[in-house]
Write a protein that binds this ligand. Structure first.
Ligand code: GYE
Length: 328
C-alpha cells in the first residue's frame, strides 16, 4: 500500500518535471509547458495580410505561445505540407488561413486523428465535416460585398459617370477559389440586383495583389467601353487600378469611381484624397481573439463555431478623420 502511494507520488513529480507526454492537452512538444501553435499563413500578397501576420505574431508573444509560423506563398500545397509538419512536430494547436476553400478534408482528418485541434482564421474551408475544425474566426465576406453594393445602389446617379443611363462596373476579383473572392462577389451581385441600371460588364482575378489589379485594369481599359465603376475585392488591387487609370489619362475617383474592401492605411490615404470613393472595412487584427480561442479550446471550454469580426465602412470624409490614428 505504502509502496503504491510512493510510486504514484513520484509519478506526479516526474510529470511535473517533464510536462510533455503526461497526457495534458496543453503540453508542448519541446519539453516545456509553453503552448505551441502551428500557424500556416496564406502569403504576403497585400497590406491586409502583412497587418494580419504582425497581429498574430505579436499576440502569440503576448499570450506566451511558441509560434511556428509558415508562409505558404499563396500555394495550397505549401499549406498542406506545413500542416503535416505541424502534426509531425506534435504542436498543441494548429491555426490557418486557407488560401482556397476546397481540398482540405484529408489533411484535416490527419490532424483530427492526431488529436490536434484546428482553428480556422480569416478564411473558411468548404467541407461537410465541420468536426474537422473547432471554430472559424473571421469576417463575414458576403456582408462586405453587400455593403459595397448597397453604397453603389445609393450613389447610382453619381456613379453613372458618363451619363449614359447605365452604371457600368468592372470587378477585380480576389484569388480564384478563395472565400473572400467568392463571397464578396456574391454579396455585391445580390445588393446591386435591386437596381437594373447597375451591371457588372467584366470580372477577372487580380489575385489580391497591387500588380494583379494594375494589369487586369489595364486590359479592362483596353477592352471595355464606358467604365463607370471599379469594384476591387481589396485595397491593393484598387491601388493597382488607380495606377492603370492614371496611366490612361483618366482621373481615378472622378472619371471612374472606385470601391474597395479592407481599409488598410494605403487604401485609406487614397480614399481621403478622393482617388477611392468608398471602402468596406475588413479587420486583419485577429491575433488576440485567435490566442484567446486557442486557450479556451485547449482548456476544453466550449467555443462558438463561428466568431464574426465587427467592421464598418468609410467615406472619404471619414477616412480623413481617422487616417492619422490608423494602425495598419
Ligand atoms: O481582404 C485581402 C487579402 O482573406 C480577408 O486576403 C482576407 C483577404 C483580404 O489578401 O487583402
Amino acid at each position: 500500500m505504502l509502496k503504491k502511494t510512493v510510486t504514484a507520488a513520484s509519478a506526479v513529480l516526474m510529470c511535473a518535471a517533464a510536462v510533455s507526454g503526461c497526457g495534458s492537452d496543453s503540453s508542448a512538444s519541446d519539453g516545456n509547458d509553453q503552448i505551441v501553435m502551428g500557424f500556416s499563413q496564406v502569403g504576403a500578397e497585400s497590406g491586409w495580410r502583412t497587418a494580419n501576420t504582425e497581429s498574430i505574431k505579436a499576440s502569440a508573444k503576448a499570450a506566451g505561445f511558441e509560434l511556428k509560423f509558415s508562409d505558404a506563398q499563396g500555394k495550397q500545397e505549401n499549406q498542406i505540407k506545413a500542416i503535416r509538419s505541424f502534426i509531425q512536430q506534435k504542436v498543441d494547436v494548429i491555426a490557418f488561413s486557407p488560401v482556397v476553400e476546397t481540398g482540405w478534408d484529408t489533411v484535416l482528418q490527419e490532424a483530427k486523428r492526431a488529436n490536434i485541434p484546428v482553428i480556422l482564421t480569416d478564411r473558411a474551408v468548404d467541407t461537410e465535416d465541420t468536426s474537422l475544425y473547432k471554430t472559424f474566426l473571421g469576417s463575414d465576406f458576403v456582408l462586405e460585398g453587400e455593403k459595397a453594393g448597397q453604397w453603389l445602389v445609393e450613389n447610382a446617379a453619381d456613379a453613372d459617370v458618363d451619363g449614359d443611363g447605365d452604371v457600368n462596373v468592372v470587378q477585380l476579383e480576389g484569388t480564384t477559389g478563395a472565400a473572400p473572392a467568392i463571397d464578396r462577389a456574391e454579396g455585391f451581385a445580390e445588393a446591386i440586383k435591386t437596381d437594373s441600371k447597375i451591371k457588372v460588364s467584366a470580372s477577372q482575378t487580380g489575385d489580391f495583389t497591387r500588380d494583379g489589379g494594375k494589369q487586369v485594369m489595364e486590359s479592362f481599359l483596353n477592352s471595355e467601353d464606358g467604365i463607370d465603376v471599379v469594384f476591387a475585392h481589396n485595397d491593393d488591387m484598387g491601388l493597382g487600378a488607380i495606377e492603370a487609370i492614371e496611366a490612361s489619362g483618366l482621373e481615378p475617383g472622378k472619371d471612374i469611381k472606385i470601391i474597395t474592401v479592407d481599409a488598410v492605411k494605403d487604401g485609406m490615404a487614397a480614399l481621403a484624397k478622393g482617388q477611392i470613393n468608398f471602402i468596406v472595412e475588413c479587420n486583419p487584427l485577429l491575433g488576440d481573439q485567435l490566442m484567446d480561442l486557442a486557450n479556451k479550446v485547449l482548456d476544453g471550454e466550449e467555443v462558438p463555431a463561428r466568431v464574426v469580426t465587427e467592421e464598418t465602412t468609410f467615406t472619404p470624409e471619414q477616412a480623413a478623420e481617422v487616417l492619422a490614428d490608423r494602425k495598419y
